[in-house]
Write a protein of this length. Structure first.
Length: 267
């Protein structure tokens, strides 16, 4: 594994292989490589960086400076061909490299809600954070419940992406192009971006899905157990670790549906 100096190659890999289909604001990206005949082939990427708001970091890690001493693990994806132990080995080494760079805390999330396309193809089975539990992360319960926009290709239009479109911020063209590819109309001249977004979501058949919150994990980094324990937690550690994904949202019926689960950790 190694630090990836070229963000574009990491971005391309993630857009190709990660179910979210988006690239976040990144501070550092690491690559897992398969070396054969003297050539390196990228087979995994982990991306660490800046969340939408500082509270994502300061709530679980209140004594660390966000964006420098604490980061969010925003993408972690390996090819299926990688050995079974590759995930934990790769993640552990990424955390060591971050610690060497002055990072003492990492927050990561696992989305437990399975997602299918409008045609019924499963694109994401729902994750409970097994790899994070295996690498001794603190389970800090669920993030804030919210309603998400489920698109017909099984991806989610998150609040940050919607904000880029409404405010015409950097990256809005890419987000708009994704919706147009799903059947949304091309923005009309003079049409307000917020109005176009509402029309686009109706046109593609987006569903409002009530999400009970992603599972949140916290890594306290240090060279020794004493150093790790000295990193203060702002949220209580919860047990047991979650074991099963949530129930699938139903696509039939009205445009609004609720995700239900009988197996969840306290918020």
């Amino acid at each position: 594994m190694d630090l990836i100096p070229d963000e574009e190659s990491a971005k391309t890999f993630v857009l190709t292989h990660h179910y979210a289909g988006t690239w976040p604001a990144v501070t550092a990206q690491f690559g897992l490589y398969d070396v054969a005949n003297g050539e390196r082939r990228l087979c995994g990427v982990s991306a660490f960086g800046v969340p939408v708001t500082p509270a994502v970091l300061t709530k679980p890690l209140p004594e660390l400076v966000p964006y420098t001493e604490s980061l969010v693990c925003s993408r972690f994806v390996l090819l299926d061909e990688c050995p079974a132990n590759a995930e934990s080995w790769f993640l552990s080494n990424c955390l060591r490299r971050l610690l060497a760079g002055g990072v003492h805390g990492v927050v990561s999330f696992a989305d437990p809600v399975p997602r299918r396309t409008a045609a019924g193809v499963l694109v994401m089975p729902g994750h409970v954070g097994t790899i994070y539990a295996a690498t001794n992360a603190v389970y800090a319960g669920r993030a804030t419940p919210r309603t998400v926009k489920l698109l017909p290709d099984g991806t989610v239009l998150n609040d940050r992406t919607a904000q880029k479109i409404r405010r015409q911020e950097q990256g809005h063209q890419y987000a708009e192009a994704q919706l147009i590819a799903l059947g949304a109309p091309v923005p009309r001249a003079g049409c307000k971006p917020a109005v176009w977004l509402r029309e686009a979501l109706v046109a593609v058949g987006a569903l409002n899905v009530r999400h009970r919150g992603a599972h949140r994990y916290v890594f306290r980094l240090g060279r020794t157990r004493r150093e790790r324990d000295a990193v203060a937690l702002g949220l209580p550690a919860c047990r047991p670790y979650p074991k099963q994904p949530d129930a699938e949202p139903q696509r039939s019926g009205p445009r609004s549906c609720t995700v239900r689960s009988g197996n969840s950790a306290p918020s």
